[in-house]
Design a protein around this ligand. Structure first.
Ligand code: ZN
Ligand code: ZN
Ligand code: FE
Length: 753
């Protein structure tokens, strides 16, 4: 920036995550430090700064020294006339500017130290926070984001807190949830008794009890992770035989149990504090049966820090809910619903305005992977790709199993939090509430709504009730475009080939898709190849009971005798009759169900899966133990799929696996070989789909790409086969149905641009 004369200055527009993160006081300090005059304010577009004086180096320092939770998307400068005395922070005008709200952030290091420092007035205080950390989205009830509009409203600041709140030099300047033991929320343990609640809770945990703990976005059920009996008790009470439990502990505790790379540590320490899947050195009993990874998070509120310190070891922290229902957030609701699970309740009197599950992420050799997007990530926004600048306001309603809403406004996409399985009545209620909540909070007035092509999805039915034009988007087209969108692929970027390996989604031909090679862009798609369909025996039951998929594929491969023997305790005659008559046996090209079939053929989860994706996750975990160079030599024998009229037939592969299994091959090697088969089969299909079409890139999406081994092998093989073609993957949004709404919104926008 060039030096300015006496009465000329600069107006600087800053866009990004710059509100509610201490940006204005930071600008105030910076301006004063540089001897500049002028002012800074929040408005609808972000932060607006007016500077008078020698501003050289200001923008550089703005970017280099900004507060930890801030993110700058763009800085625009223009010359202005005028002058000012001193430098001022201009208060937001109510109504005019709708201050954005940022995601919840884990306790910062300064607050953590304060809580453990006996000399500080906040020593041991579970609700300590500052401008750089603490609750945000989970406490805001309406905008603007001011204390009176949050669940902190009932707590009147004491003089000491008020002084911090009013002082621009203070770390707590304008920190809306600022509080201390004298004026803020209080903790108690139910049933009530003598002694300090945290210490009592810790004692109970060390005794093997299960405690319901009220956190940031909901209640958790906690127990001592080192106590195998306590873990079993929690599993029995929750009727959750095998689904992995998340763990919480300090960095040292995590390192005791798992390998932690530099990037994994950085992700654990991110202000979002997600659950990060880490490779375990050895698997403790009962935490994650059949897996070789553990999901860990660092303590992310002072309450968690104090509890972990008092226990002196890691805790299981699983969401406090009835099976399939949303996480409990209210005190009364918790006592009502969780009393069969918990021996005691660690509660407090700050209400949770909005339910927010823990985010789940992992680091792959190709960057981060989001498995569940919620606390700490939402309501973060994504800049829309080039060409979408003029997109109208759109609300997209996502899929069924992993509800999530996406809003488009002002060139940004806001993908909302994971809302659970909308088949559950309470999850659907939460979905409806989220729709109204988002519209209100973000002042969103859609011109168009978008939904899945599936007419039976609750989210699709809801879309039809809005009284607005509805854009129906094919499930796998939405997966493809979600991947394009998060990679910033321009609207006019040209066609790409999508490899969409998924559970199930309604196809344009009325059958159920799930293993597709698509050629398309934001506007449309062409189905180039697919996994040869097999019947989903018993419809939805097929996703729950892997033997059904195994039976379908074995019969197709001419191995009915083998199936008769392997599944002799199952109602095979009835199942085959249903297939023959076409009763509740829709045909599907789902790769997710092929995973189930192969798992069952290899003897895993034959009868049923106790949670969605269990068979595939076990297959991946097992394949990882195959190990060594033998993996690649093993590939030589794996058959390649034959393609007839676009359909990739796995029959030869099925026959190969059955023969190998009968010959006593290691199951781990076969699990690995199955991954290789998939990769080679779809690589071949990609190459033929690319030929002569001018496709510019390949995009990988669909729930199966949450399998890091499959992703890794696919990227390696495509990298070798197509060295000059970019391969786009998901790193910020889920590859599974949690990302669908983003893709739907982009398709709806593209159709109107
Ligand atoms: Zn802090
Ligand atoms: Zn206070
Ligand atoms: Fe899907």
């Amino acid at each position: 920036m060039k030096p300015k004369g006496d009465d000329t200055g600069l107006e600087i527009r800053v866009r990004g995550q710059v509100q509610g993160v201490g940006f204005r006081p930071f600008v105030w300090r910076l301006a004063r430090d540089m001897g500049l005059t002028g002012d800074v304010r929040n408005d609808a577009e972000g932060v607006l700064i007016r500077l008078f004086g020698e501003a050289k180096g200001f923008e550089e320092r703005l970017r280099a020294e900004m507060p930890p939770l801030a993110r700058i998307d763009a800085v625009e400068c223009r010359d202005i006339q005028g002058a000012a005395e001193g430098f001022e922070i201009v208060a937001s005008q109510a109504g005019a500017a709708r201050t954005r709200v940022t995601p919840d952030a884990a306790t910062c290091e300064a607050c953590r130290q304060e809580v453990f420092d006996l000399k500080e007035r906040r020593a041991g205080y579970a609700f300590t926070n500052c401008t750089h950390c603490g609750p945000r989205f989970t406490i805001v009830e309406r905008l603007p984001y001011d204390r009176g509009n949050t669940t902190m409203a009932p707590f009147e600041m004491c003089a000491a807190c008020r002084a911090e709140y009013d002082t621009p030099e203070d770390r707590r300047f304008h920190a809306q949830p600022v509080a201390c033991p004298d004026c803020g929320p209080q903790l108690w343990l139910e049933p009530k008794g003598e002694g300090e609640p945290l210490a009592r809770a810790a004692r109970l945990l060390c005794n093997g009890d299960v405690i319901a703990v009220k956190g940031l976005g909901g209640f958790h059920l906690a127990c001592d992770a080192r106590n195998a009996e306590a873990v079993v008790r929690l599993r029995q009470r929750k009727h959750r035989p095998a689904k992995p439990f998340a763990l919480m502990g300090t960095m040292d505790m995590i390192r005791d149990w798992c390998e932690v790379s530099v990037s994994e540590e950085a992700l654990l320490r991110d202000p979002a504090a997600p659950i990060v899947l880490l490779t375990a050195r050895q698997m403790p009993d009962g935490i994650a049966p059949g897996q070789n990874t553990l999901g860990w998070m660092l303590p992310y509120t002072p309450l968690h820090h104090l509890l972990i310190a008092a226990v002196g070891g890691p805790l299981v922290m699983t969401s406090g809910n009835l099976s399939g229902e949303p996480q409990v957030i209210g005190n009364v609701e918790a006592l009502d619903k969780l009393s069969d699970f918990a021996d005691a309740f660690l509660m407090h009197d700050r209400d949770i305005a909005r339910r927010m599950d823990d985010s789940v992420e992992r680091i792959t050799p190709h960057g981060p992977m989001v498995l569940r997007r919620a606390r700490g990530r939402v309501p973060g926004t994504l800049l829309l790709p080039k060409g979408f600048e003029a997109a109208p306001q759109i609300a997209a309603y996502g899929g069924q199993m992993k509800g999530a809403i996406c809003l488009i406004k002002d060139g940004q996409a806001l993908l909302g939090q994971h809302l659970g399985d909308l088949d559950d009545a309470l999850c659907f209620e939460a979905f409806l509430k989220a729709d109204a909540d988002y519209a209100e909070l973000f002042d969103h007035h859609p011109e168009v709504v978008a939904c899945d092509l599936h007419p039976g999805f609750r989210a699709s039915i809801h879309a039809q009730t809005k009284g607005l034009p509805v854009e129906e988007v094919q499930h796998h087209h939405a997966h493809l475009t979600a991947c394009l969108g998060e990679n910033g692929w321009p609207l006019e970027g040209g066609k790409v080939v999508g490899v969409i390996l998924d559970g199930t989604g309604f196809g344009t031909d009325g059958t159920v898709w799930g293993g597709e090679i698509l050629l398309g862009d934001y506007r449309g798609l062409e189905r180039k190849a697919w996994l040869k369909p097999a019947p989903l025996i018993g419809g939805d039951m097929a996703a729950k009971e892997p033997w059904r998929n195994a039976l379908a594929r074995l019969d197709q491969a001419g191995l009915s005798d083998w199936a008769d023997e392997a599944f002799s305790d199952k109602p095979l005659a009835m199942a085959r009759m249903a297939v023959e008559k076409g009763v509740n046996c829709p045909m599907s090209s789902s790769v997710g169900r092929l995973f189930d079939a192969v798992a069952a053929i290899l003897g895993m989860c034959v009868d049923r899966q106790s949670y969605e994706g269990e068979a595939a996750m076990r297959l991946e975990a097992l394949a990882r133990t195959s190990g060594g160079l033998s993996r690649y030599s093993l590939a030589i024998g794996v058959p390649v799929a034959s393609m007839v009229g676009g359909a990739l037939d796995p029959s030869e592969m099925i026959r190969y696996f059955v023969a190998k299994r009968d010959a006593g091959a290691r199951v781990a090697d076969l699990a690995f070989a199955f991954h290789l088969w998939l990769v080679r089969c779809f690589e071949g299909a990609v190459l033929s789909a690319m030929a002569g079409t001018g496709a510019q890139a390949v995009a990988l999406s669909g729930g199966c790409f949450q399998n890091a081994l499959l992703l890794d092998l696919t990227l390696k093989s495509l990298g070798d086969a197509l060295p000059n073609t970019p391969v786009l993957i998901h790193t910020k949004t889920p590859a599974n149905d949690g990302g669908l709404a983003l893709g739907q919104a982009l398709v709806a926008a593209a159709r109107r641009l």
